[in-house]
Design a protein around this ligand. Structure first.
Ligand code: ATP
Ligand code: MG
Length: 271
């Protein structure tokens, strides 16, 4: 086994194809695996199809005309393709979307209370448990969520997804736009979720070095496809990953943004 730590796939995406408006194929034959109790990162540039992939897994496709046209999604060995997001959520998959993930006019505590599961699953987390994971939220239960900082909103959104006790947590753009110290704290928390709460995590991450830091396994997406994948140590040796995702210094000096654009163009045409 190469991905993750325990050797059994909790999530298997097989040859997934997703089409918007019967015209735009945003995801083209994507296959990926999230091993139980691992952190898997989906890295890639804007428009690569990361959010579409995550939303398709969660059954949460907001656009009125979007369809899974090929492939399958297996959760714990059973197909969940085509199920509604509430059914998927009840099966043990939590989803933190890219945008609109909290109720901005409600307080922190009201947001959490609204997400408490009706019937108690034995994995369900209490509000005290999420406060323990995110002490910043515990300090401001009565703050109106719309006034929280970006990092605090993300903490609240993750907490809301955790209350149902998910076995698999999907987080879109966990760290986008957040200060390095907040990124560190979120990385620490997802690591605790994996290690102490047995949660399997699939996270979309635009910052490749954050992906390297936190993930057990990484998939790099370009133009609707997985371009390459591997554990962090292997990707660190991958030339394209070094040059275009980490922007490392090489003998010719740091790669220019123009070169990166050139590279993306090249991959779009010939990739
Ligand atoms: N509602 C929609 N209708 C039509 N096309 C869409 C829709 N949402 C996304 N797309 C297209 O699908 C492709 C993939 O978009 P997606 O949002 O999945 O990418 P992403 O990798 O998450 O990008 P970003 O890093 O900007 O969040 C893009 O070409 C995008 O324009
Ligand atoms: Mg996205």
């Amino acid at each position: 086994m190469e991905n993750g730590s325990s050797g059994s796939a909790l999530l298997e995406v097989i040859g997934l194809e997703v089409v918007y408006h019967r015209a735009v194929t945003a995801v083209q034959g994507v296959s990926l695996t999230a091993e139980e109790r691992s952190i898997t990162a989906l890295v890639g540039t804007n428009g690569a199809g990361k959010s579409t992939t995550l939303a398709a897994i969660a059954g949460f496709m907001r656009a009125e005309d979007v369809r899974i046209t090929e492939g399958d999604v297996l959760f714990d060995g059973a197909s969940i393709k085509g199920r509604r997001n509430d059914q998927i959520s009840a099966m043990g998959i939590g989803y933190v979307p890219e945008r609109e993930k909290i109720f901005p006019t409600l307080s922190v505590l009201e947001n959490l209370t609204a997400c408490r599961p009706r019937s108690g699953s034995d994995r369900a987390m209490s509000i005290e448990q999420v406060y323990d994971l995110f002490p910043r939220l515990a300090e401001r239960p009565n703050t109106i969520a719309g006034y929280l900082s970006g990092g605090e909103r993300q903490m609240l959104a993750i907490s809301m997804a955790l209350l149902g006790g998910p076995r698999l947590l999907l987080i879109d753009e966990m760290t986008l736009g957040l200060a390095p110290i907040v990124v560190e704290s979120l990385v620490e928390t997802v690591t605790r979720l994996r290690d102490e709460h047995n949660v399997t995590i699939l996270v979309v991450e635009q910052n490749a070095s954050t992906g390297i830091e936190m993930a057990d396994y990484i998939y790099v997406m370009e133009n609707g496809r997985i371009a390459f994948d591997g554990p962090p140590d292997r990707l660190l040796q991958h030339e394209d990953f070094q040059e275009f995702y980490l922007g490392m210094e090489r003998e010719g000096g740091r790669k220019h943004y123009q070169d990166v654009k050139q590279y993306r163009r090249k991959r779009r045409w010939f990739g």
